[in-house]
Design a protein around this ligand. Structure first.
Ligand SMILES: [Zn+2]
Length: 410
């Protein structure tokens, strides 16, 4: 199996599922914290485990520039390098080239760009992106795509979509020929997964328990990473549909919907997701990239999206913005200076169990590093608990209540 995915319950269009990776199961709908440069900023891996994160993201662009994918390969791959024994997903690098690099030039071959770190010149092609991602060794890797800018004229969005389709084909060809070169496949060992519940007693050890590839007891686990295709098409519903249809023809074990949250309205985001979901196979994982606010991720999960990632909970935390069951809270506000309550009285995370708003405000206005740590831990707990509540609601067949009301914690 490339990537076993089972659907265990449904509520309306929302699905409760399970993706089985070589590094543990991922319960879906899943929220994936973003670990840009091999770290979810300000949070250590043992706390991510405690929070119940079952899969996190690494960014190909950042890891390629620093420390370099060959170094990561030498260190045994990204799982081993960062001591994260659960599932990992890497993006293709395309979006960061699009948003961060200077002097970007797109041709049929790929994208040439200058590093935002030191100005050096680089070229990403579909083949190069696959080579880098295979060296990093995530469980799920993404096809190299072009994130269409917004706004874009219809003809420009079509040309960009066609390019992404040609790049998807090239990505797949290179990936299929080289996927066995990933660090954990090459070692001839596979990891026995741990499901990673918040209360679980998983050992934090970097050393995976390993089983021989040919052990029949583990024949259902993937032996190599899995490659997902990406739907583009700008903000045009018919192009989104066509992009989805033609990406599905290329036959991937999972599909992402990219190029969203680039400045369009929320209604437009939902419409584009809906057009793609109409077409994407129901028996494969469906991933919306780079979204969103807590109420949005609940909405998309209800539409039948299985995976989402976003920098919002971590980035906002570093700016003093907390997501709570009562809405957003700007912790630097003077009104919290003597507030003895926990940040979110309904949250059971280690921050809310221990610290007051007054203390978090003090840390933030004093620019103490612990402010970023505690704010991020709470925000991630809130996002992961929100998804846990969504999964619970789907299991009970009662997702409609969560969709209309505010986000509530189970
Ligand atoms: Zn909390």
């Amino acid at each position: 199996m490339t990537l076993p995915f089972t659907i265990e319950a449904q509520s309306g269009t929302g699905r409760l599922g399970r993706i089985s990776t070589a590094h543990g199961d991922v319960e879906t709908p899943a929220f994936m914290p973003v670990g840009t440069a091999g770290t979810v900023k300000a949070v250590s891996q043992d706390i991510l485990e405690e929070l119940g994160a079952q899969i996190i993201l690494g960014n190909t662009y950042h890891l390629y520039l620093r420390p370099g994918h060959e170094l990561v390969r030498k260190m045994g791959g990204l799982h081993k390098f960062m001591s994260w024994n659960r599932a990992l997903l890497t993006d293709s690098g395309g979006f960061q080239v699009f948003s961060l690099s200077e002097l970007r030039k797109v041709t049929e071959e790929g994208v040439s760009f200058r590093s935002h770190l030191d100005g050096t010149s680089h070229l990403f092609t579909p083949e190069r992106s696959m080579e880098i991602q295979i060296a990093l060794g995530a469980d799920i890797v993404m096809a190299f795509d072009e994130c269409t800018e917004h706004p874009a004229e219809r003809e420009r969005a079509r040309q960009s979509m066609e390019m992404t389709l040609r790049w998807a084909k090239r990505s797949k060809e290179y990936f299929e020929a080289h996927k066995h070169e990933c660090p954990w496949t090459e070692s001839g060992l596979r990891v026995i997964g741990t499901s990673g519940h918040r209360e679980s007693q998983n050992p934090p050890s970097a050393q995976p328990r390993a089983a021989a590839v040919h052990d029949p007891g583990f024949s259902e686990l993937p032996a190599t990473p899995a490659l997902f295709g990406i739907v583009q098409g700008g903000m045009y519903g018919d192009l989104r549909r066509e992009s989805a249809e033609r990406t599905v023809e290329l036959d991937f074990p999972g599909y992402a919907i990219g190029g969203l949250s680039v400045g369009e309205s929320r209604e437009k985001t939902m419409e584009m997701i809906a057009r793609a979901l109409d077409v994407l196979p129901r028996d494969k994982p469906r991933y919306v990239m780079g979204v969103g606010y807590p109420e949005e991720i609940v909405q998309y999960a209800a539409m039948g999206v299985d995976m989402m990632d976003c920098v919002l909970p971590t980035r906002a935390a570093r700016h003093g913005l907390l997501f709570t069951s009562a809405g957003r809270m700007n912790i630097k506000n003077a009104r919290y200076a003597q507030d003895q309550q926990p940040p979110d009285p309904k949250c059971g995370c280690r921050v809310c169990s221990r610290y007051t708003r007054a203390y978090l405000r003090h840390l933030f206005v004093s620019a103490e590093p612990l402010a970023a740590v505690l704010n991020t831990v709470h925000n991630l707990a809130f996002y992961l608990d929100t998804m846990r509540a969504v999964r619970h609601a789907i299991k009970l067949g009662d997702l409609s209540g969560m969709r209309s009301g505010s986000v509530s914690l189970a």
